[in-house]
Design a protein around this ligand. Structure first.
Ligand code: SF4
Length: 404
């Protein structure tokens, strides 16, 4: 059994929109990260507008969760006046930190806002000298390159007190620290401006130059071939090792993933961190953690790419989806469920909950009735809020999933 420790460890969860942010908050994140509609590495209009950013920060802070705002795009000359204008629009918002990649962005933020700066993994920080360099530039936390080994982290920690963060879970890709021109080359969408079209995940065939249109399959799996697609990272069983090595924060990748993914991965890593910090026995829960992480959409998991870059981590690997996200309870008093996939009378689901005080509250539930306009109906439509009666009462924020 591990000894209880007073280390302060932060779990940083993705918030792809306000609804996912709320899920991350309720399912155990200590901090959330998201970007606005400009200058972050998932820059789309679906991101938070300025009023939405204000609302998100207020919601997180009300629940004592910190907010890390992303301004981690790389800047071209023409971006600089636009960044300056954007910073003027957001400087009143009480973020807890801003994440940057570009040193120019760091200078601009420091000019306009007095706030801790985090350095993105995209700056490929792998050694203690690089860490010292960034500390001298006023950076307070460094998200280490995903290529950094456990031993390197131990070494870096011996030379610095700066906060160190690593990615613990989620998609990896074939590029070095996420810097890649493949997407720009093949689709005109620049990964370094937050607009990657993920061509490393596309399915490829073989064509002989004199037979255009004659696609020859390269057969790896029944569903096709993804020769450039890497496995996903999963460090659930390594959390104690990385805490002992001196890591202060663990980040979950996946702002584009579902609300269910955000909630379930967050609660599992929060439980793993709490179990270790409270001196509990991680082995007691590791099967449960692993089983739950198998029940979110993912590619086969690896710990290797992070530490060893083995060839096996870049084998073509199929996407795994074992559950459907059906909806979640938004009002337990009135049995209101926000529906994401069609729900029928008689369906059975798992209802999952945040893990509190080491207690796993998950239950199986069955749909007894669905009410619309005071009438019992057979099906609740996706993208609606439906009154659904289950055989057991649901608590607010229960997430419903169907195992496939
Ligand atoms: S194309 Fe693939 S390897 Fe390149 S940045 Fe996008 S996800 Fe990463």
């Amino acid at each position: 059994m591990a000894l209880k420790t007073d280390k302060n460890i932060e779990l940083v969860a993705p918030a792809g929109n306000l609804e996912k942010l709320k899920a991350a908050v309720h399912y155990g994140a200590h901090a959330v990260y998201f970007g606005g509609q400009q200058f972050n590495l998932r820059a789309t209009t679906k991101n938070f507008s300025i009023p939405e950013i204000e609302q998100a920060v207020e919601y997180a802070h009300t629940h004592k969760v910190r907010v890390i705002f992303l301004l981690n795009a790389f800047l071209h000359e023409s971006d600089i006046p636009l960044v300056t204008k954007y910073l003027q629009h957001i400087q009143h918002i009480p973020f807890d930190a801003i994440m940057i990649s570009d040193p120019g962005m760091a200078l601009l933020v420091q000019e306009h806002i007095n706030i801790p700066l985090h350095l993105s993994t995209q700056m490929s920080t792998l050694n203690h000298l690089a860490v010292s360099f960034w500390a001298k530039q006023g950076i307070s936390r460094i998200v280490l390159a995903r290529e950094t080994t456990l031993e390197e982290i131990q070494h870096i920690r011996q030379h610095t007190d700066i906060e160190l963060e690593i990615f613990c879970h989620g998609a990896l890709c074939i590029s070095y620290s996420g810097r890649c021109l493949l997407s720009r080359y093949l689709s005109g969408r620049d990964a370094n401006q937050g607009n990657c079209s993920h061509p490393c995940r596309w399915k490829y065939s073989l064509v002989e130059e004199k037979r255009p249109g004659n696609y020859l399959d390269i057969v790896e799996y029944a569903h096709g071939t993804e020769i450039l697609s890497s496995k996903d990272l999963c460090l659930i069983n390594k959390i104690p090792d990385y805490i002992n090595a001196g890591v202060n924060a663990f980040k979950i990748e996946g702002r584009m993933k579902s609300l269910y993914y955000t909630a379930n991965v967050t609660r599992i890593y929060r439980h793993a961190i709490d179990t270790f910090l409270q001196g509990g026995d991680s082995n007691q829960y590791s099967d449960f953690w692993r089983k739950e992480l198998e029940l979110v959409s993912h590619r086969p998991y690896t710990e290797d790419l992070f530490n060893e870059f083995t060839h096996q981590s870049f084998d073509g690997v199929p996407y795994i989806k074992k559950t459907l996200f059906m909806g979640y309870c938004i009002d337990s008093t009135h049995n209101l469920v926000k529906v994401f996939n069609p729900i029928y009378k008689g369906d059975s689901f798992d209802a999952i909950y945040p893990i509190a005080n080491n207690h796993i509250y998950d239950v199986s539930v069955k749909v007894i009735d669905i009410i619309a306009d005071n009438t019992s109906v057979q099906m609740a439509q996706p993208n609606t809020v439906a009154t659904i009666i289950f055989d057991k009462p649901l608590q607010q924020w229960a997430i419903l999933r169907k195992q496939l």
